[in-house]
Design a protein around this ligand. Sequence first.
Ligand SMILES: [Zn+2]
Ligand SMILES: [Zn+2]
Length: 140
Amino acid sequence: MQNINDKFSKNKIQHEKISIREEIDNAERKKASLLLHMGILTYEKIRNEIIIDNSFDSLCNEILELDKLIYNNNLKINDLEESSKDIVCECGSTLNSENNFCGTCGKKIDINDSYFIECIKCNALNEEDSNYCQCCGNKL
Ligand SMILES: [Zn+2]
Ligand SMILES: [Zn+2]
């Protein structure tokens, strides 16, 4: 009888431990997401110079480098998509992006060369009508 009771209470302890661990895990997950949220709010305040504290500098620089990497890689993807896209002339012929003139009707192909503004903070190129840098959020 003693043995069975022992086993029973061990199981109970085991179950209790598991449910306590689950509670800890949930609390930690919630804490991580709150910290993330707080971090984003803080970062926005630093960027807008509401918080001025140079102890954030190295973290901010690392975030800026990541923003640049993400931004530049998105540009690369856009470029790849752009270069694989067919250009269709007004006459209906499909042209490839290296041609300057349509082979069927001879029309000049306008590949819209838009102008870019360079961000002074992160050097990313932004379309000329942008007000804020798409990469780092700096005012252009
Ligand atoms: Zn044409
Ligand atoms: Zn920027």
